[in-house]
Design a protein around this ligand. Structure first.
Ligand code: MG
Length: 383
């Protein structure tokens, strides 16, 4: 497959922090993807909640299946646009590595706890996982990924935080864009979660087809499916036939809109993409509007649903209780963390202590966090 001139390519890569000999049989971005798949944080995604808490049922998305769906969508679009599939896959599979247990409730709770110590942000944590926290290689900390994969992982960042993030923080300071592959992984994330959350919401019985028939994007394809097949389909078939059409519509829209933008601007290289006056991977205005309406519907009816809220509220209490207990008494941390807690207690030391605790908590899967909570607070638990 020939890459477009504006695609990322290893020959023009900004490289790795620690230089390594090339692999011979794999491209640099394939190597990045392989390192991500073989890291512990990637395996933990299997037991981290996307929206529905992991033990609610075996069919709901987890962070792992979400990441695989993001990679699938991103690769489809990348191939159509002659972008670098290996890079887009690496970014997609790594984009949620820094997410806490219990979905956004977990992230919000940990951010709240970390407010006095610089906050907690899952994007920055994903970068921290691949740059620092994975520590099984002899020659370097982290996974020593290429600049382009790291650039894609850090998808949002405030300017204040970007100042401390070195090479990959720079684009937030000079308002430039990341590679097309990074832009694409970001949009594919949105396509994946909007659609699979509709699917999971319906399957869980928290959303109904009647309710969704009021949402324009869903309604458009719901009507098409009913016209084609009549009312004979099962609810499961209707759900699937509508959602596959919604995904396809958004994917084709991104391909066509982005292709038009690329044809008119004709960026000659990845650096021309970075310096362009706008993001070039995008939805059309109509698809964007339909997508935003769907997202609003999900916020109102799924993410704030009473049943979801009760569980996420419990999740917040678990995260906060763990954080508070470790902060008050770091000797409760497992030795590999407590050994690194500075003994004295000035402001800088307290920040280091809090960050170690955040790293420990952010790495926990849902079930590990619940178990750790029991180990700390249930007087009958011995270990
Ligand atoms: Mg995601």
């Amino acid at each position: 497959m020939t890459l477009a001139p504006y695609a990322a390519r290893q020959e023009t890569s900004r490289g790795r922090h620690v230089a390594e000999p090339s692999s011979g049989n794999r491209t640099e971005y394939q190597r990045d993807r392989d390192r991500i798949i073989h890291c512990a944080a990637f395996r933990r995604l299997e037991y981290k909640t996307q929206v529905f808490v992991n033990h609610e049922g075996d069919l709901f998305r987890t962070r792992l299946t979400h990441s695989v769906e993001v990679a699938q969508i991103a690769r489809t679009i990348a191939r159509s646009l002659a972008l670098n599939e290996d890079l887009v896959e690496a970014i997609s599979l790594a984009h949620d590595l820094g997410h806490t247990a219990f979905g956004h409730a977990g992230q919000d709770a940990l951010n709240e706890c970390m407010k006095p110590f610089g906050g907690f942000e899952h994007n920055i944590q994903s970068l921290r996982v691949v740059d620092v926290l994975e520590n099984k290689y002899a020659a370097f900390d982290g996974l020593n990924l290429t600049f382009e994969t790291r650039e894609g992982i850090l998808k949002h960042c405030t300017k204040a935080k970007a100042r401390h993030l070195g090479d990959v923080g720079q684009r937030f300071l000079d308002d430039s864009h990341p590679s097309l592959e990074a832009q694409l992984a970001n949009l594919s994330d949105e396509i994946a979660y909007n659609n699979h959350d509709v699917d999971d919401g319906l399957r869980a019985g928290l959303l109904s087809l009647d309710q969704l028939a009021q949402v324009p994007l869903f309604a458009r394809f719901y009507d098409e499916v009913i016209t084609l097949y009549g009312q004979d389909l099962s609810a499961k078939q209707i759900r699937h036939e509508v959602i596959r059409r919604m995904i396809n519509y958004l994917v084709v829209d991104v391909i066509e809109t982005s292709q038009a933008a690329l044809s008119s601007l004709q960026p000659a290289s990845i650096d021309a993409v970075r310096g362009a006056d706008r993001a070039l991977i995008a939805f059309s205005p109509e698809a964007r509007r339909l997508n935003v309406e769907l997202k609003r519907f999900l916020y109102k009816n799924l993410y704030s649903h009473h049943q979801v809220y009760r569980i996420t509220s419990k999740a917040r209490r678990v995260i906060k209780a763990l954080f508070d207990a470790f902060l008050a008494d770091p000797k409760l941390l497992p030795p590999k963390f407590s050994e690194r807690v500075p003994p004295t207690g000035d402001d800088a030391d307290r920040k280091i202590r809090a960050r170690l605790i955040a790293d420990y908590i952010a790495g926990m899967t849902d079930r590990y966090a619940l178990d750790e909570y029991d180990r700390l607070f249930d007087p009958r638990r011995l270990r």
